[in-house]
Design a protein around this ligand. Structure first.
Ligand code: SAM
Length: 218
């Protein structure tokens, strides 16, 4: 399991993430631009920069900053890319990715709970983030109207790799997803090469479950 930390400011949090190797320079820049406090409910504001997941309501969570950093780094996001996220939650991960893809890129983030989708929209609008589209629906089916994607990121625990997400990934693309049980998972990085899926399991994690047609059942 990774080490946790407590920080006083967004800058302090990002310095820690960079020093500990969770973030690289590009991910650190993105996280500096997107203050985590803007995505945390007011009652948890004093913990906004601590390395813990926090409740966002509806039984859901905003992921720990080290996990957001590692997933963003491993995805190796470039300017102009089109990214699909499954599990919008607070909108924080999408905001970090939106900075990495820049104005010429786009992030689509799907959320299965309408109240949470509205929360993500509000948080992103408050920060003036323009290149993220929040979609309400079952993200295990992907989003065919905008496929294929350069990168796919799933921020909820899945029993396996949902087939539609692998299909909607571009050749040469990368997909990151926690795979395992509803209690603990391995973070898995998939690369599509010559049509095949090359799999690397690299970090034990704990996410809330991915619930849907190609995930866990309700
Ligand atoms: N990325 C989020 C953030 O930055 O705050 C954290 C995501 S939270 C750990 C997981 C989210 O996935 C929850 O909001 C949950 O409702 C959502 N979720 C679960 N199953 C889903 C599905 N099939 N499609 C879309 N969202 C789903």
């Amino acid at each position: 399991m990774h080490k946790t930390f407590v920080a006083e400011s967004n800058k302090g949090m990002v310095e820690y993430l960079l020093g500990a190797g969770y973030a690289d320079a590009r991910v650190a820049d993105a996280m500096l631009s997107m203050d985590r406090k803007a995505f945390v409910p007011p009652q948890y504001a004093e913990h906004a920069y601590d390395d813990y997941p926090l409740p966002i309501g509806y039984g859901q969570t905003i992921s720990a900053p080290s996990i957001v950093a590692v997933m963003s780094k491993e995805l190796d996001v470039r300017k102009g890319m089109k990214i699909l996220e499954v599990g919008a939650g607070s909108g924080y991960q999408a905001a970090v990715l939106s900075y990495l893809v820049g104005e010429t890129g786009k992030v689509l983030t799907i959320e299965r709970l309408s109240g949470v989708a509205e929360l993500a929209k509000r948080n992103l609008a408050n920060l003036g983030v323009k290149n993220v589209e929040v979609i309400y629906g079952d993200g295990t089916k992907g989003w065919q109207p905008e496929a294929p994607f350069d990168r796919v990121i799933v921020t909820a625990a899945s029993p396996d790799i949902p087939k539609p997400l692998a299909e909607q990934l571009k050749e040469g693309g990368k997909l990151i997803i926690p795979v395992g049980s509803t209690y603990w998972q391995d973070l898995v990085l998939i690369e599509k090469k010559g049509g095949a899926l090359i799999r690397k399991d690299f970090l034990p994690v704990m996410f809330v479950p991915l619930i849907g047609e190609h995930g866990f059942k309700e």
